[in-house]
Every structure is written in C-alpha cells, then in structure tokens.
Design a protein around this ligand. Structure first.
Ligand SMILES: O=C[C@H](O)COP(=O)(O)O
Length: 253
C-alpha cells in the first residue's frame, strides 16, 4: 500500500446538516489522520459547512459542470465548488455515467475544468459485470482512462484514479485480491503510457466498491492500491473510522 493511504468517503445523495456531526467526529480522529489521508465528498449543500466544521480532513465534491459558468440550470461549476471550500472533485463516477449519460469526453472536460481552477480530481473508472464476464474488464477500463484523463500541463500531479467495478458498488460483493491487483497493475501501465513513466508512477489508484472495515485489509493489501473510495460505509463516523483504523494499522505493521 502507498506510504500514506488516501481514504475518501463519497456520501452520494445522502446527508442533511444533521450529518455534520459525523464529519466532525471523523475530523477529530486526528491521531489516525497522521498515517492516513482522509477526505469526504458530501453533497454540494454540505461542502461549505463541512469545510468549516472539519479542519483536518480534505473536503470535495461529487461532480461539476465542464463550463466556467452560464445558463446551465441546476448545475455547478468547479469555481463555485472551490469558493465553497472544496479541494477536489470526483468526476466520472459510474452513477453519473449511468444516470446522466456522461461519456469519457464529458468526464475529461469536467476534469480539465476542475484543474483550471486549482482543484484536484478523482477520475472514476470501472467495468460492468457483463464486461468482466466477457473478459473485457481491463480493455474497458483502459479505454475509459484514455478518454477521461485530463491532459493539461501538470495534470498527473493533481489526478487520482478510482477503480470501481460497477457490480461491486453498493452490492456487498468485491473482486478477489488477485483481480484487484491485476486491474491496478493494468491501470498503472496505462497511466505511465499516458503521462510518462515518472509522472504516471506517482498517480494514486484507489479501489472502490463495497469497502468496509471487515474487508479493508484484504483490499488495501492488493498490488498498487493507494487507498479506497468508500460509499455506504462512509456515512457514519463509526464505520468510516473503522476503515481508517485498518489503513492506519497496516501502516504500522
Ligand atoms: O464512490 C463510492 C463507491 O461508489 C462505492 O460505494 P459503496 O462503498 O457503497 O459500494
């Protein structure tokens, strides 16, 4: 695992202000945060408050529009997210790709827009169960990466990749450690080809999909796993801190 694992909680469309107590509790676990980089991506409506309440952890958003501004009712720009206190934005999550028809080119445009205002990005990729069963998982993920990764100067320094097999999200099912290792090695190869050996070697690759405290050690131990993107198990401080504790223990061990 990476020198300092990166554990990111994606609250998806969950959370009103009553959930800020969870963010505060996560933030207070400061001694563990020394060994583990922790971040939350709450809904847009909680970004500003989470930033104010939780001073140690990273705070980010779950999506942004690719345009700087304009007549896009209901959308939000990267600059607005930054103004609200976000330091990063997740782009290309499979739920955005499925629910909103986002294609790789859209994801890339969003990532470029985020980088342009100084945000970091977490670019999500992952295959469906049908694609895995057909033996196409690695080629699908490679295609998504090549189409979605931003190419602006210095982009590699601000990009994290999250590998999330679609069939593992919210299902309680996870790939084997060998399958995670194989995919992360394949992703690393694409990153080096895409950004060059040196820059591509530094990009963190997170695993996401049904991560919880009980399976975190196994998943985080797979080859080239730099941390986790956590959905359901990030919604309470207790369950999220359980994953963070596992990551911290692995640093000690
Ligand atoms: O962004 C997070 C992922 O979609 C994983 O969600 P999950 O941990 O609920 O499976």
């Amino acid at each position: 695992m990476a020198v300092r694992p990166y554990i990111v909680g994606n609250w998806k469309m969950h959370g009103t202000r009553s959930m800020l107590s969870e963010a505060r509790a996560i933030d207070r676990a400061a001694e563990r945060l020394i060994k583990v980089e922790v971040a939350l991506a709450p809904p847009f409506t909680l970004i500003h408050a989470t930033r104010k309440e939780a001073g140690l952890i990273g705070v980010g958003a779950q999506d942004c529009h690719a345009a700087e501004g304009g007549a896009h009712t209901g959308d939000i720009s990267a600059a607005m997210l930054k103004d609200a206190g976000a330091g990063f934005v997740i782009v290309g999550h499979s739920e955005r790709r499925a629910d909103h028809g986002e294609k790789d080119a859209d994801v890339k445009a969003k990532a470029e827009s985020a980088l342009a205002v100084g945000l970091s990005v977490i670019v999500c990729v992952g295959e469906t169960e049908e694609q895995r069963d057909a033996g196409k998982a690695e080629s699908v993920v490679a295609r998504q990466l090549k189409g979605s990764l931003p190419t602006a100067d210095g982009a590699a320094d601000k990009v994290t990749v999250a590998y999330e097999p679609v069939w593992a999200i919210g299902t309680g099912r996870t790939p084997t450690t060998d399958d995670v290792s194989a995919m992360h090695r394949a992703i690393r190869k694409v990153l080096k080809d895409f950004y060059g050996d040196e820059a591509g070697a530094k990009v963190r690759i997170l695993y996401g999909g049904s991560v919880k405290a009980e399976n975190a050690a196994e998943l985080l131990a797979a080859d080239d796993v730099g941390g986790a993107l956590v959905g359901g198990a990030s919604l309470t401080a207790e369950s999220f801190l359980g994953i963070i504790a596992v990551a911290a223990e692995m640093q000690e061990g």
